[in-house]
Ligand binder design. Structure first.
Ligand code: XMP
Length: 511
């Protein structure tokens, strides 16, 4: 296992994903963990991530210096490299010529880390500090116009540093540099693939669950659907799935979930039609947080009632939790991304008096790995590559009050957006695309008649993990088709606008 020590870079998880893409299992640990915790993992290599701090600040986070003496290869990325230089006695200084963004670097040493890389290559830089002089025992591997030491190495100890971010796709040969570190320098063997993962996970599930029954809440998203198929593969009829239809799904989506799980995979499904309860719960609610809370609470109540009906038979509750959800800070015990922007809800809470043991088959996986598991298990691409969908569903895409009629109008608009994005061959490229129903009415003219109707906002974003997102530059003809179809096919709408804000400063969903 390769360990990534995280010093707060927004790219630390991306490093873990890139390493795994190379066939090496990797985990992210908080940069403050003790040496013992690192040793417990028996790492075959260590990567020190980037971060916003400066090594000369009083409280700058640092790893135990002994990490450089373990005999385990180390790669420091950005702040990680500065930490290595600092530990090795070099001077790290704030530089007046700070580098940010795409930067051309020149390679001075092609023998290992930069093996097979062009003499000049573009990388993604983001630093204000620089190493001033080589630490003792180190050689220079690369430089740039403004930075004399873009990459350094102590080859004897197998300690390497890069001032840039090889994990970011803007670093054109970044993957090659990561592969060189893993295979040329660390001499690691590829041993992480989804076939092996599935085999191992099935064995583990059988061992843990024995002859007991397992309950899994289905949301229709790829994580819980894939968990259902994997668990079914492992324990067959011992798996019971529960799908609570809140009435806020996309057009025909509830029917599709039922058909896929029940008919296609032959999995035991409890389908709870709770539409009326949910519409009642959100009646008259316009505040986004209140809406989310009402839906979340209602979900818990319905879940409680339904679970109670089967609880005496069921000992385990399965969840499609992913690795990014469980990565916690060693110092605070809470996820670093835990600042509350919106109240999220997925499966909902559990009644106090029912105790389940939890099964989380994907707690070590990233989303793209779950998708690969899904494909290996023979799931249809339509489900495996489905865009993420929020727990409260269309309810948080109807700004203002929700009622069945508004849901129907939004379902129609959303369906047109989906359809046109798919027809244009953009569905897999776009992270999420959807329609939002706005509560304002505006004036229009149709067939010589004045209209006064609602507006649909179309949103499409590109993202790696939803933490940040760019609005997608959809081709004008796709936007044109979406707009004219919505106006022509939905009488309640007379205006369509396109959302051109990125996250931050906006969020992906409107509520
Ligand atoms: P925001 O709007 O916060 O959304 O930029 C980030 C990502 O999370 C999805 N999302 C949710 N997913 N339960 C979920 O499972 C929720 O309550 C929820 N709210 C937002 C959103 O669709 C985007 O992919």
């Amino acid at each position: 296992m390769l360990i990534i020590l995280d010093y707060g870079s927004q790219y630390s998880h991306l490093i873990a994903r890139r390493v795994r893409e190379c066939g090496i299992y990797s985990e992210v640990l908080d940069g403050h963990v003790s040496l013992d915790k690192v040793l417990e993992k028996k790492p075959t290599a260590i990567i020190l991530s980037g971060g916003p701090s400066s090594v000369y600040e009083k409280d700058a986070p640092k790893c135990d210096k002994a990490i450089l003496e373990l005999g385990v290869p180390v790669l420091g990325v950005c702040y990680g490299m500065q930490m290595i230089a600092d530990f090795s006695g070099a001077i790290v200084k704030h530089y007046s010529k700070r580098e940010y963004g795409r930067t051309e670097i020149s390679i001075d040493d092609f023998s290992d880390l930069f093996f097979g890389i062009d003499t000049k290559t573009t990388v993604w830089m983001s630093h204000g500090d620089s190493v001033e002089a080589l630490p003792a025992g180190y050689v220079k591997l690369a430089h740039s116009e403004n930075t004399p030491f873009v990459s350094i190495a102590n080859k004897e100890k197998k300690i390497y540093g890069v001032q840039f971010h090889p994990e970011v796709s803007h670093s054109t040969m970044g993957m090659q540099i990561i592969r060189n570190f893993l295979f040329e320098i660390c001499k690691l063997q590829k041993d992480w693939d989804m076939k092996d993962f599935i085999k191992q996970e099935i064995e583990d599930i059988r061992k843990v669950v024995g002859k007991e029954k397992v309950l899994l809440g289905l949301s229709g998203g790829v994580d819980s659907m894939t968990a259902a198929v994997l668990l079914h593969e492992a324990i067959g009829d011992q798996l019971i799935c529960m799908f609570i239809d809140q009435g806020f799904m996309r057009k025909n989506e509830a029917e599709q979930i039922v058909a896929t799980v029940n008919n296609h995979f032959n999995i035991h499904l409890i389908h709870v039609d709770a539409k009326e309860r949910f519409f009642k719960a959100v009646k008259g609610v316009t505040d986004p947080e209140e809406k989310r809370k009402k839906i979340g609470n209602e979900f818990v109540r319905v879940f409680e009632t339904e679970v109670a009906k089967v609880a005496k038979d069921v000992k385990f509750l399965a969840q499609g939790t992913l690795y990014p959800d469980i990565i916690e800070s060693a110092t605070t015990g809470v996820s670093k991304n835990a600042v509350k922007i919106k109240t999220h809800h997925n499966v909902g809470g559990l009644p106090d008096d029912i105790e389940f043991k939890i099964v989380e088959p994907f707690k070590k996986l990233f989303k793209d790995e779950v998708r690969r598991v899904g494909l290996e298990l023979g799931m249809p691409e339509k489900i495996v590559f489905r865009h993420p969908f929020p727990g409260p569903g269309l309810a948080i895409r109807i700004i203002g009050e929700i009622d069945p009629e508004r849901v129907r109008v939004l379902q129609e608009a959303d369906d047109i957006v989906m359809d046109e994005i798919k027809k244009a061959g953009l569905y897999r490229e776009v992270w999420q695309s959807f329609a939002v129903l706005l509560p304002i009415k505006t004036v229009g003219v149709m067939g010589d008649k004045r209209t006064y109707s609602h507006t649909i906002a179309v949103r499409a974003v590109s993202s790696q993990d939803a933490m940040t997102a760019n609005w997608t530059h959809l081709p004008y003809d796709v936007l044109e088709n979406i707009s004219s179809r919505i106006i022509n096919e939905i009488p309640e709408i007379n205006r369509v606008v396109y959302d051109i804000t990125s996250k931050p400063p906006s969020t992906i969903e409107w509520e």
